[in-house]
Design a protein around this ligand. Structure first.
Ligand code: 5GP
Length: 191
């Protein structure tokens, strides 16, 4: 997605060799007009998939999920992050290793909001090693929900998550894929 690539190139900040900060438009301050365009692009990619829910993980995924869900006309359900396992019986849970904090956390989702009747679009801001996505896929599996699509804003193509998901045949679309990055600049994969 050209608009997103241009914005990353202009306002993204590369920290070291692996972290991209997009706090000025996606992760902290949010450019809602850009999110609207992201929502429309996700709709263009997955409109034929009979999506019934958009799911994500709190916190940064929520705004993106809302932008998509508005266009699809379906609800958002976000997995909650829990540091300790204080979880009722009626929840799906999965363990996720946090790329940004290098620690494990649990995600939980109420069984009331996802079932075998659902076809979901999974969205997130970043795809790096794939841990967050594996957690969401596990929750879908526990619910018996079908995965109609996976829409990622920024895939770091030099980390293994994206290729792993494609090798499994999952319906992954990343709006911008970073081939390489350094403090000198960012190179995107041609799609
Ligand atoms: P993964 O689980 O695929 O290793 O990492 C994805 C999750 O880690 C995303 O939900 C995102 O919040 C966070 N993340 C991974 N890489 C980056 C990055 O370069 N910048 C930011 N801001 N978040 C990242």
């Amino acid at each position: 997605m050209k608009l997103l690539e241009e914005r990353i190139a202009r306002d993204g900040r590369v920290i070291g060799t692996e972290i991209l900060k997009v706090d000025s438009f996606l992760n902290h301050q949010i450019d809602v007009q850009l999110l609207d365009e992201i929502g429309k692009e996700l709709y263009r990619l997955f409109k034929d998939k009979q999506i019934t829910k958009v799911i994500t993980i709190e916190a940064s995924g929520i705004a993106i999920a809302c932008a998509a869900a508005r266009v699809f006309g379906v609800p958002v359900v976000f997995a909650k992050k829990a540091r300790s396992l204080n979880i009722g019986k009626d929840t799906y849970t999965a363990k996720v290793h946090s790329f940004t904090y290098d620690s494990d956390y649990d995600i939980t989702m109420s069984q009331s909001y996802l079932s075998a009747d659902d076809t979901v679009l999974i969205v997130d801001d970043f795809l790096a090693n794939g841990a967050a996505l594996r957690g969401l896929l596990s929750i879908c599996e526990q619910a018996g929900a079908k995965v109609g699509g996976i829409g990622i804003c920024i895939e770091k193509g030099f980390q293994p998550g994206g290729d792993e998901m494609r090798a499994k045949g999952l319906p992954l679309e990343s709006l911008a894929i970073i081939e390489s990055m350094s403090e000198e600049g960012i190179t995107f994969r041609k799609q």
